[in-house]
Structure formats: structure tokens, C-alpha cells
Design a protein around this ligand. Structure first.
Ligand code: ZN
Length: 228
């Protein structure tokens, strides 16, 4: 999911939840980003974005391939100034997403989920209408109603169970990314007319967005991610 203007990234002293659990401190960029390489982001129309992703299999859990995919996804997400990214957004047909996303209470959430399953909480009848955007629909944002509170269950890269609860902007992110693994983009949830408008605006904006990502990639390669 792309960062909306409403979202404020927490400062260094913000509370951080890693894989759902509170941690004492955390670097500005997830350590995975240091080891990853930036991949191209697929855009609306790419078949891999529009079909359900293959579930991560037992043989892949704990493997180097999955770990390095997640590393690549983190650094790709940072270069694109995203708050969440699914594997099919880097062209990989696998049900995995990564996130580094603030909620509305000043908590920063960082982690990854394989084979995510969304469970709405009891109070999920509360809907929030907010701006949403997608790295695979570069540029525009559109208002979309989504439940305020959700829980996503799944596995980490080693196959351990994870459960991540989110509210506010982070709940939106969890839903947006789980949607990706099901082959669904946020624009598929918009009225037809709004969807068309978003796609037209994307045509106007994408050049600038792609250029900015290229500049960020150079900045990250220059050591911002801690690499050499
Ligand atoms: Zn997206």
C-alpha cells in the first residue's frame, strides 16, 4: 500500500510492534532491507496481480529463497515509499506480504506474513473511510471504506504461527495486502466510475512516481539501508 498524506511515520521513539509483539527498539529501516535488492514493481494489468497467489508450501518455509524474497520486498517497499508490499507486486506468485506501517495511535508495525487469513474482529462493523493507494497503481489515491479493526493470522518465514492485530490505518494496510494475495487490488473495490478515474490519473502521474522511486533506490544503494 502506498503511504497516504494522512499517515505519519513515527519518530525514533515511537512504539514498535515487530511481528505483532512489542519490541524495545527498532532501526529506522527493517534489517532485511540491508540484505535485499530492489526489484521492479508490477503494475495493474500484470496477470500475477489479478489471480490468487500460491500458498507458501512447507518445503519453502525456513528456506533461503523465501528469506531473500522477503529481504527484497522490504527494500523494494522502502524505495517506493510504501507501507506494505505483497510478493505478486514484485512478480512472485506467492502468498506473502511485508509491512512497515503506522497505526492511528502512534504505533509502528513491522513484519511479514505468509499465507495470510483475515479475521475481522467483533467490532469490525465500524467502517472507516480514508484515502488508499497502491504501489501497483502508481500515483493516485481514492477514498475507500474498510473495517477499522482486523486480525490477520498466518505464518512467519520459518513456519511459526503469527497473529497481527491492526486498527485504523494499519488495519487498512493488512486488508489491502491480504487482498493482494487473493488477486484483488483496492481499485477493484471502487465504483466503476471512480476506478476509471483513478486509472486515468495514474497515466498522468506514473512517470513522476517511477522517477522518484529511481532516486530513492540510488539513495538506498548509497548506504541509507546500511549496506555497502
Ligand atoms: Zn497495493
Amino acid at each position: 500500500m502506498s503511504e497516504s498524506s494522512a499517515a505519519q511515520r513515527g519518530g525514533a521513539r515511537a512504539r514498535v510492534r515487530l511481528q505483532g509483539a512489542l519490541v524495545e527498539s527498532f532501526p529506522e529501516l527493517a534489517p532485511e532491507a540491508r540484505r535485499g535488492r530492489i526489484r521492479d514493481i508490477t503494475e495493474v494489468g500484470a496477470p500475477v496481480l489479478h489471480r490468487p497467489c500460491r500458498r507458501v508450501g512447507d518445503a519453502e518455509l525456513g528456506g533461503a529463497g523465501l528469506a531473500s524474497l522477503i529481504e527484497d520486498m522490504f527494500v523494494t517497499m522502502y524505495a517506493a515509499e510504501g507501507v506494505g508490499l505483497a510478493a505478486n507486486q514484485v512478480g512472485v506468485d506467492l502468498a506473502v506480504f511485508v509491512y512497515d506501517c503506522p497505526d492511528d495511535d502512534g504505533v509502528r508495525h513491522v513484519g511479514h506474513v505468509c499465507n495470510p487469513v483475515l479475521a475481522e474482529r467483533e467490532d469490525s462493523q465500524l467502517l472507516a473511510v480514508e484515502d488508499e493507494g497502491c504501489l501497483s497503481v502508481p500515483g493516485p489515491h481514492a477514498e475507500l471504506a474498510r473495517p477499522e479493526h482486523v486480525v490477520v493470522g498466518g505464518l512467519d518465514r520459518d513456519g511459526s504461527r503469527v497473529e497481527v492485530a491492526g486498527s485504523g490505518y494499519f488495519a487498512r494496510c493488512l486488508q489491502h495486502e491480504t487482498d493482494h494475495t487473493l488477486g484483488r487490488l483496492y481499485i477493484d473495490r471502487l465504483p466503476k466510475r471512480t476506478r476509471r478515474k483513478v486509472l486515468r490519473r495514474m497515466e498522468d502521474m506514473r512517470g513522476e512516481v517511477v522517477q522518484r522511486r529511481r532516486e530513492n533506490a540510488e539513495w538506498l544503494a548509497g548506504g541509507a539501508a546500511g549496506g555497502s
